[in-house]
Write a protein that binds this ligand. Structure first.
Ligand SMILES: [Cu+2]
Length: 648
């Protein structure tokens, strides 16, 4: 919901945790600690990284699908790293591809006029710089705050609002909150009307604006167990026990469960990534989706008053959610028999760090799978559903996002986000109200906002060449063909080009999108397919020509389809930080390329419309949003027919 917060209390990162053996590496495995070290050695040795270089991203340079799938056994494609680095001295951003087998920098390019993501280290240094600024301190004193050390300062991406006087510089603006004591909830006390503009390259405060004093709200907003209470004591223990162990295996980064096979990746920008999702069908491994990730997340806020109107964080593109991934705790974040995967990253100095238990893999009971009761012989057939959950949780400043990918026994894949954490607040003058927020405590408002996620799905339904159809249910006009008015049919429409494939949901007509493989027919003679079924969704309320709509144009359509291109990874462009907009999907799709019978990427926008409730304060009960991918004629009948009956 807002920017990075690297100082949050988190379980320590243990460099000594057991590591995965090098020899088992698959071409899609994320870079290991040793590989990250090796990349930095190569960059330093070749003069591409110096002492001042800020490393923004070191991640696997993913080989192309055909190179992974066609590689002869024992001869995988070369391991390569993709690097983004920023030089604060000259303001230049550099991208490199580094070959790990060859030890060489394979390619290198310099980019001017872009600003890469704000790193957790820059975020932390910005806070120190702002706290030390005399003008900022004077503003704090006017608000009765004598100790700047108690002020939480967040660096926010300034988007399209870089003041003209600072054009071309690496600029962020700040929001601040006051901690009355350690461990309290700073978002209960926004430092209203006082903000700094910071040059992150020089790490200097370049301007402090004081728009006038609003007294600090007096409420506390406590949520920690030792500060609220009395706590309930009326829940009996509920234990999830799997005495024979789990029914999945984790081998390296590959998870196998029931008929599903999936590789679990991780990137500094997108966090949890899934690769090469396959379904084992009668001895045949059938691909469904080659890569799935949350590729962007933007949160436009509704308050029109500057600088509040600047608040629309791109959590993935402007910050990168990999480093913000929580180290998960058994029994709290996840319940049952868990297998955890770690995440390896570089900090901005190029030092490796590991987030232990960053990704959780476990099974869950999922209620009823199917049932039929035959009254004639009083016989019931019933199966319980189990699902495999692969998940991670991130903390982005005040907000938490929990990402879940669920795999079901009937061939369904579900993506779900749970939104929780603390809402972004603004302070009000005593007795005042804001039309752009919900009063949640005395003199405190939670600002109306929306969360737009863009999920990137590189599909491969039974192979790389797919087409997309939109399916609506359509009533048949009354007449001789429909004498009683009850008839309805479905209408399929090929989305054959990028422009045709920019679509909105239409729940009143049961709209969904079919990803079809025209070359693979099922037993009924029809092409196999998976459908994307929308769940709850929203459209932005920002005006069509608003800066935020230009910068996050992906949110204006629920579905976009593009032919796969390896460089087209992020729907708002590679560098949304301080970008005026137009990059990414709107730019690529101008070409109106064919999206038929080719390797396709679906971009699904998931919008959560958030009018805060008093019940969302001081910490928000998790809100859920998601969508499903369901087989349609991918199988010839219910693929979960062979699930065994259980008796408990
Ligand atoms: Cu929200």
């Amino acid at each position: 919901m807002s920017p990075a917060r690297p100082e949050r209390p988190q379980e320590p990162r243990h460099p000594q945790e057991p590591r995965q053996p090098q020899e088992s590496r698959h071409p899609l495995d994320p870079l290991s600690r040793e590989e990250l070290r090796q990349v930095m050695r190569i960059l330093r040795r070749t003069g591409h990284a110096g002492p001042a270089t800020r490393v923004v991203d070191v991640s696997l340079h993913e080989p192309l699908m055909q190179d992974v799938l066609a590689a002869p056994p024992g001869r995988p494609p070369e391991r390569q790293a993709f690097v983004v680095a920023f030089e604060p001295g000259d303001g230049v951003t550099r991208e490199a591809v580094v070959g790990l087998d060859s030890g060489q920098v394979r390619s290198w390019r310099e980019l001017t006029g872009v600003q890469p993501a704000i790193s957790p280290e820059e975020f932390a240094e910005c806070e120190i710089a702002v706290r030390a600024d005399p003008l900022f301190q004077e503003g704090l004193r006017k608000r009765g705050i004598g100790d700047p050390g108690r002020v939480l300062v967040e660096a926010w991406g300034i988007g399209a609002f870089t003041p003209q006087e600072f054009a071309g510089r690496r600029i962020a603006w700040t929001l601040s909150f006051y901690r009355a004591e350690p461990g309290d909830n700073p978002y209960a006390r926004p430092v209203e009307g006082l903000f700094a503009i910071v040059d992150l390259a020089a790490m200097q405060v370049v301007r402090v604006d004081d728009l006038g004093v609003t007294p600090l709200a007096a409420g506390r907003g406590d949520y920690r167990s030792d500060r609220v209470g009395p706590l309930r004591d009326d829940l009996a223990p509920l234990l999830v026990r799997q005495p024979e162990g789990v029914s999945f295996t984790v081998s390296g980064r590959e998870v196998a469960w029931q008929r599903w096979r999936v590789r679990v990746g991780f990137s500094p920008r997108e966090g949890l990534v899934l690769h090469d999702i396959r379904y084992l069908d009668a001895g045949r491994e059938r691909p469904v989706c080659y890569r799935a990730s949350f590729a962007e997340l933007v949160i436009p806020y509704a308050d029109p008053r500057p600088p509040r109107s600047w608040a629309n964080a791109f959590d993935i593109g402007e910050y990168g959610i990999g480093p913000l991934t929580n180290s998960l705790a058994l029994g709290c974040d996840c319940l049952g028999e868990i297998r955890y995967l770690d995440a390896d990253l570089c900090d901005s100095a190029g030092q490796g760090l590991t987030i232990p238990r960053a990704i959780c893999v476990h099974e869950e009971d999922s209620g009823l799978l199917w049932k039929h009761y035959d009254a004639q012989d009083d016989h019931a057939e019933v199966r319980r559903a189990r699902r495999l959950a692969i998940s991670s949780i991130i903390t982005v400043g005040n907000y938490e996002y929990a990402f879940y990918w669920y795999f079901y026994q009937d061939g369904t894949i579900e993506a779900e986000v749970r939104l929780t954490g603390v809402m972004l607040t603004s302070g009000l003058m005593p007795g005042a109200e804001s039309p752009y927020g919900t009063p949640i405590a005395k003199d405190l408002s939670a600002i109306y906002h929306q969360h737009f996620f863009c999920v990137r799905l590189h599909m491969a339904v039974d192979g790389p060449r797919n087409s997309v159809y939109e399916v609506d249910a359509v009533p048949v006009p009354a007449g001789p063909a429909n004498p009683y008015g009850n008839a309805f049919v479905t209408r399929r429409r090929l989305l054959g080009t990028e422009q045709q494939a920019q679509r909105l949901i239409d729940p009143m007509n049961g709209r969904h999108w079919l990803v079809v493989n025209p070359h693979s027919l099922n037993g009924l003679g029809d092409p196999v397919a998976y459908k994307l079924v929308p769940g709850g969704n929203a459209l932005p309320f920002a005006q069509p020509d608003a800066p935020i709509t230009r910068r996050a144009a992906f949110m204006t359509r629920h579905l976009w389809v593009t032919p796969f291109h390896p460089r087209e990874r992020y729907p708002a462009g590679d560098y949304p930080n301080q970008h005026p907009g137009g990059a990414g999907l709107p730019e690529w799709t101008k070409a109106d390329r064919p999206t038929q019978d080719t390797s396709l990427v679906l971009w699904y926008t998931l919008g959560s419309h958030h009018i805060p409730r008093p019940e969302d304060w001081p910490v928000m009960p998790a809100e859920r949003i998601g969508f499903t991918l369901k087989p349609v004629g991918f199988f010839d009948r219910n693929p979960a027919l062979d699930v065994s009956p259980t008796s408990n």
